[in-house]
Design a protein around this ligand. Structure first.
Ligand code: MEV
Length: 307
């Protein structure tokens, strides 16, 4: 039984979304996690995740291991007390800790493949809730945006705790994604922002409000077919993320290089401190923006059309 899940990028609103402000995110299908579950001649469960050098008996992993915790949570949701004789193969093209949602994508694909293999396929709403529970185990105070956009594989306008809203794209636009190659766990940047917010709630609430407004205006621009307006909004959003201290010299260098190569605007995407940045580019300029990112030190680039 096979299942896969895409990566994601946050277009606007990361971090502020943890504090109930709106954010916009879209799936990125060029990168994905693929999971295959099959019968095994060995007793118990065996996991093979070559990308993270994991070849292990499920029993030998600590219960809070990111992959074991997904499987155990699913077994408990399905009332399964004895580990079946199975082999689980996990492959991924989503870089780990890069802001592209690799953790949530592993959880979504694993739950789908395993639940179908065990004859208990789970509807999306339940997959989403389960993955959110797992995100909470590993990320402290996640907003839930990653599991939502990855489970439903649709653009989302997300406000924590509110019903899921998707948005329409009035006119397609091109985003270039650049990876700093620096792994940066979201838990750390989210935790640091929380400490800053606790020290000066008035100032940080104001920054979150301004970020939330960029998400709202960006949604209107996308829906009304004026994506060119997103460039300036991205620049504004990035400046606000810098005030939250979640950018880094490497991210700023890539963002600067994208703008110099003709991008209409650029910002970090995801937790920040490393991971990925995104730039809005006219389709004809996307390749040259991507080359400028590589020259400025990007490990990898992806050009994606939002439509
Ligand atoms: C991570 O992709 C986005 C953050 O806003 C964290 C979250 O929403 O849980 C940084």
């Amino acid at each position: 039984m096979k299942a896969s899940a895409p990566g994601k990028i946050i277009l606007f609103g990361e971090h502020a979304v943890v504090y109930n402000r709106p954010a916009l995110a879209v799936p990125v299908t060029q990168v994905h996690v693929d999971v295959e579950v099959s019968d095994s001649s060995r007793r118990g469960g065996f996991i093979n995740a070559s990308g993270i050098d994991l070849y292990a008996e499920l029993n030998s992993l600590p219960a809070d291991h990111p992959i074991a915790s997904v499987i155990l949570k699913l077994f408990s949701a399905l009332g399964i007390s004895q580990i079946p004789d199975i082999e689980i193969n996990i492959t991924s093209t989503i870089p780990v800790a890069s802001g592209l949602g690799s953790g949530a994508a592993v959880s979504v694909a694993l739950i789908r493949a395993l639940s179908s293999f065990l004859f208990h396929p789970i509807p999306d709403d339940e997959v989403n809730l389960l993955v959110y529970e797992i995100e909470k185990l590993h990320h402290g105070t996640p907003s839930g945006i990653d599991n939502t956009v990855i489970t439903y594989n649709k653009p989302v306008y997300f406000i924590k705790g509110q019903p899921i809203e998707t948005f329409t794209v009035g006119k397609p636009f091109t985003i270039v994604i650049g990876d700093t190659g620096i792994p940066a766990p979201t838990k750390e940047s989210v935790g640091d922002v929380r400490l800053l917010w606790l020290k000066d709630k008035t100032r940080f609430e104001e920054i979150f409000d301004l970020i939330g407004q960029t998400s709202l205006i960006a949604r209107r621009s996308i829906e009304s077919g004026q994506p060119e307006l997103l460039g300036e909004l991205m620049d504004q959003n990035h400046a606000l993320l810098q005030q939250l201290t979640v950018s880094s010299p490497e991210l700023d260098k890539l963002i600067d290089a994208a703008r110099k190569a003709g991008a209409l605007g650029a910002k970090l995407s995801g937790g920040g401190r490393g991971g990925n940045m995104i730039a809005l580019a006219e389709q004809a300029k996307a390749e040259s923006v991507a080359s400028a990112l590589i020259s400025a030190g990007a490990r990898q680039t992806i050009i994606t059309e939002i439509s």
